[in-house]
Design a protein around this ligand. Structure first.
Ligand code: BES
Ligand code: ZN
Length: 903
């Protein structure tokens, strides 16, 4: 537990009550000094009509020193709660009064990176979720929205740039080489959206004119020397502004919109009103230092934070249980933005596949583990532990299903109504769904709203199973859909969900069949959305006389129309048909993945080798690889087998070594059987034009990199030196980071003898660039165990912890080295000698002493120890118990390891 922190209890959603006092406006002054910053705060406070005069006023505070406290100019008596909150037992009796506070805080000692802290010699803030209370005493809750005026005073030479939310109203010089700036934000906002920056930065700026003809100034602030890497972030911001106007009719409401990059940051980025603060990872990019994935990440995160201006800032959350109101909706919006930016329908499908992969790789495991919680949680100990993939990605799927149930135009009407009703308010997930339904009274969403909202209330991934009965003589297909949900912590019995199932039917020759349900006058289209609301429901399709003897093959859950696990009952011949002919690109990818996954699952029991791949499957994969007019990006996704953790999700007692071995054998077979095709793919996808991070070029590079990986793997197996030699050459002189990194990964994951030298070369070429060094750490953390020397990765990671370029204080470094090792390299992490687990525990405890948020994130990598087979299970449990038994643990880590051991 941090010093002076109260033992944190459980916060429950049902205990919500409206604030007794509200803050109308706040006038802040900062005398910035790294060791001791002086904060002056003048609050206009108003007592709620329902609050009796004289009710004690409790202000949140944490780790602060209070210097003085005046109420309407008179000194007030006060006391402190154990955690640092300030209690004023006798506040002024007037309905509205002024409270003046002076306090200090210590930015340079703030290694939690929450509140006001220093990084690279500048001052930065991070206030979501509860960081503002570490700056000054306040009603630090999202339903208290105030108008802010902020004056910053600091040394002019060290901190030439002084920024806060809103508009700059005044600036000038002071004595002693100091200067000041005064900012005013006209929009009332919760404290979590406050921000300030004081640092030596430079900026790229751009003036834009909105559709309405208003001028706005966009700025991207970075450290001196990084200006050349801001072009893509600025282009992404401009595109975001245009997209929100075009798609949702939402325009920028401020004269000035700023993004500031900082290299020590707990999260990806933060949507502070008019002053977004970003992790450098999501701002800085040049072809030489950033991969295509990095460029795409910047576009989506810049979009995400910008879109929060309406979904999060103008309309915010009533309480933190409603977090998905802003995060789920804004992830949905940034996903749609990226799909629209991708250009073509097929590039949009590639985007969708990536989003669904992420959901399955991260959210599904969370939803079946000890931290499983509903999209709108019922309780928490530490809110920072609930910025989860469930709240974000599953929350986005819940918004997407509403879109599916009301149609695209209906969803736009619903969003319009949401803004009309709630602009300027702090609201709930119920308010959102109600607006979407009310704007679409005839939709299946409106008809089933109460039941639909189980998606917000029930944890766990529902199972959906589909079976067909074919009547060839009548040309009739009965599709029976059944849903079920497993119990999750605190929720034994589940009620049926409303599940939109988008589907089509294919004839055995691959034709898309017209769809007509029994009772309908005529067929309508070849795709539609069925709505499953009961536990079991049957749908009769008629008029299918020409489907072929064996009957139609259903293509279900197209575009992944609901976040469920689907058991479609299809056999491999039917999957091969979908892989070849499905009009839905998502389901073509799905068919390929299921074919590969089933091979691995079938081979898992016992200890034999993976059987040789069927010629029909190899031929089908070859056909995909060679198909004209199919995106290279799609091919890369379809031909990459599901990762080990996704396979592990399907089994009861996980043997990470066995899964690794079989997947490696699958990779080796794909390398062998498609050897000539990989060589063709490599040649055919070399780019000669200048670098662009667009869908087409990224797709070519992704496929060429996969081909190179396969070619190196094959070469190493056959003692051939040509392809490893080419890969090594490319690490040295590749045209961009995506190519260089792809070549390096091919050597490292192919077990090439050149991998070591290539890694050294890559480190030297990084020349101290932080984001490139992050990659260097990540590659080593993800390295495949060399066959000859298994068990060598964990000791390597331990050695890297001591590397001069490594620091536990920098969250990006920790994520790249430790999370990559624990999450992306199961065969190295889960060793019989428990070396990985010991390292995990050591790192969690070391981090927890100064940055509990990051410590808790790392702690989560072992929360699902129960799914492991022996001996890993016992060894992992012991490591978790060791952390749990530590005498000084933060509430953050305590909540995670406590749940991991309890469940
Ligand atoms: N509001 C969050 C950032 C945040 C979350 C700050 C929790 C502090 C505590 C921001 O909008 C966000 O969601 N950022 C994501 C990236 C986004 C593209 C999903 C992040 O930081 O990971
Ligand atoms: Zn967000």
């Amino acid at each position: 537990m941090r010093e002076g922190q109260a033992p944190t209890g459980l916060i429950r959603r049902e205990d919500y009550s409206a604030p007794a006092y509200r803050i109308l406006s706040v006038d802040l002054t900062f005398d910035l000094d790294p060791a001791k910053t002086l904060v002056g705060s003048k609050l206009r406070i108003t007592r709620d009509a329902a609050t009796p005069a004289g009710t004690p006023l409790r202000l949140d505070g944490e780790g602060l020193s209070l210097l003085r406290c005046l109420g309407d100019g008179e000194s007030l008596s006060f006391r402190h709660e154990e955690g640092g909150a300030l209690i004023i037992d006798n506040p002024p009796a007037a309905e509205t009064f002024t409270l003046e506070i002076r306090n200090t805080c210590a930015p340079e000692k703030n290694l939690e990176l929450s509140g006001l802290y220093t990084s690279g010699g500048g001052f930065f803030t991070q206030c979501e979720a509860e960081g503002f209370r570490r700056i000054t005493y306040f009603l630090d809750r999202p339903d208290v929205m105030a108008v802010y005026s902020v004056t910053l005073r600091a040394d002019k030479a060290k901190y030439p740039v002084l920024l806060s939310n809103g508009n700059l109203v005044e600036q000038g010089s002071l004595d002693n080489g100091r200067h000041y700036a005064k900012w005013h934000d006209p929009f009332p906002k919760p404290a979590y959206l406050f921000a300030l920056v004081a640092a030596d930065l430079v900026c790229r700026e751009q003036k834009i004119t909105s559709r309405a003809g208003k001028e706005h100034l966009l700025q991207v602030y970075v450290r001196r020397g990084d200006l050349g890497k801001t072009e893509h972030a600025m282009a992404s911001l401009i595109a975001s502004v245009a997209w929100d106007e075009a798609r949702f009719g939402l325009s920028l409401d401020l004269e000035r919109f700023m993004i500031v990059a900082v290299s020590d940051f707990n999260m990806g980025a933060m949507e502070n009103k008019g002053l977004n603060i970003f992790n450098t990872k999501y701002v800085l990019a040049s072809p030489a230092t950033a991969t295509d994935a990095d460029f795409a990440g910047i576009e989506s995160v810049v979009g995400h934070e910008y879109f929060h201006n309406w979904t999060g800032n103008r309309i915010t959350c009533r309480d933190w249980f409603q977090l998905s109101l802003k995060e789920g909706l804004t992830v949905y919006r940034d996903q749609e933005f990226s799909m629209d930016m991708a250009g073509s329908a097929s590039a949009a499908a590639v985007q969708r596949i990536g989003d669904v992969k992420r959901l399955r790789e991260f959210q599904f495991p969370e939803d079946s583990g000890p931290m499983a919680h509903p999209v709108r949680p019922d309780s928490y100990v530490e809110i920072n532990n609930f910025y989860t993939t469930t709240v974000y990605e599953k929350g986005a799927e819940v918004v997407r299903m509403q879109d599916t149930l009301v149609g695209r135009a209906g969803f736009r009407r619903g969003m319009d109504l949401y803004f009309q009703r709630h602009d300027g308010q702090a609201v709930t997930c119920d308010d959102f769904a109600q607006a979407i339904a009310d704007a679409n009274p005839d939709s299946p969403l409106a008809a089933n709203l109460a039941q639909f909202k189980h998606w917000y209330a029930q944890a766990g991934t529902p199972r959906l199973s589909a079976r067909t009965r074919w009547d060839a003589t009548a040309g009739r297909l009965r599709l029976t859909l059944t849903q079920s949900a497993l119990p999750s912590p605190g929720q034994a019995d589940k009620q049926a969900f409303v599940i939109p199932v988008r589907l089509g039917l294919l004839a055995r020759d691959g034709r898309a069949l017209p769809l007509q349900l029994d009772g309908e006058a005529a067929p309508a289209g070849t795709e539609r959305v069925l709505v499953l609301s009961a536990t079991e429901q049957s749908f009769d399709f008629v008029g299918l006389g020409d489907a072929g003897e064996a009957g139609p093959v259903p293509s279900l859950l197209r575009g992944f129309s609901a976040p469920v696990v689907l058991d479609d009952g299809l056999d491999s011949a039917e999957r091969l048909l979908l892989l070849r002919h499905d009009a839905d690109a998502f389901n073509r990818w799905e068919a390929a993945q299921r074919l590969l996954q089933e091979l691995l699952l079938a081979a898992l029991p016992g200890d034999g080798d993976l059987p040789a791949l069927d010629e029909a499957l190899v031929e089908a994969l070859r056909a995909v690889l060679r198909e004209d007019g199919l995106d290279a990006a799609f091919k890369e996704l379809a031909l990459t087998p599901p990762i080990e953790s996704v396979i592990a999700e399907q089994v009861e007692a996980v043997d990470p070594q066995r899964i690794h071995r079989l997947r490696e054998q699958l990779r080796a077979q794909l390398a062998e059987r498609l050897h000539a095709d990989w060589a063709w793919a490599w040649d055919a996808h070399q780019l000669r034009e200048g670098y662009r991070p667009d869908a087409h070029q990224s797709g070519c590079r992704a496929l060429a990199n996969l081909a190179l990986q396969m070619l190196v793997l094959h070469a190493v197996a056959h003692g051939d030196e040509v392809w490893p030699g080419r890969a090594y050459q490319r690490v040295k002189d590749g045209g961009c980071m995506t190519e260089r990194l792809g070549a390096l990964l091919a050597l490292v994951h192919g077990g090439s003898a050149l991998a070591g030298a290539a890694l050294e070369r890559f480190h030297a070429d990084a020349r101290g660039d932080d984001l490139v060094l992050d990659k260097w750490f990540a590659i080593q953390a993800a390295a495949t165990e060399p066959l000859g020397a298994p068990g060598s990765v964990a000791p390597r990671i331990r050695a890297l912890l001591q590397h001069p370029d490594f620091s536990l204080k920098n969250p990006n470094r920790v994520r790249n080295l430790i999370s990559t090792f624990c999450r992306d390299n199961p065969a190295a992490f889960h060793r019989a000698d428990a070396g990985g687990y010991v390292l995990w525990a050591d790192v969690v405890l070391a981090l927890d002493a100064f940055n509990p948020q990051i410590a808790a994130r790392i702690a989560r990598h072992l929360e699902r120890w129960r799914v492991l087979a022996e001996p890993w299970r016992s060894a992992a449990r012991e490591a978790v118990a060791r952390v749990a038994g530590h005498p000084r643990l933060s509430a953050d880590v305590r909540e995670i390891v406590g749940k991991a051991l309890d469940a």
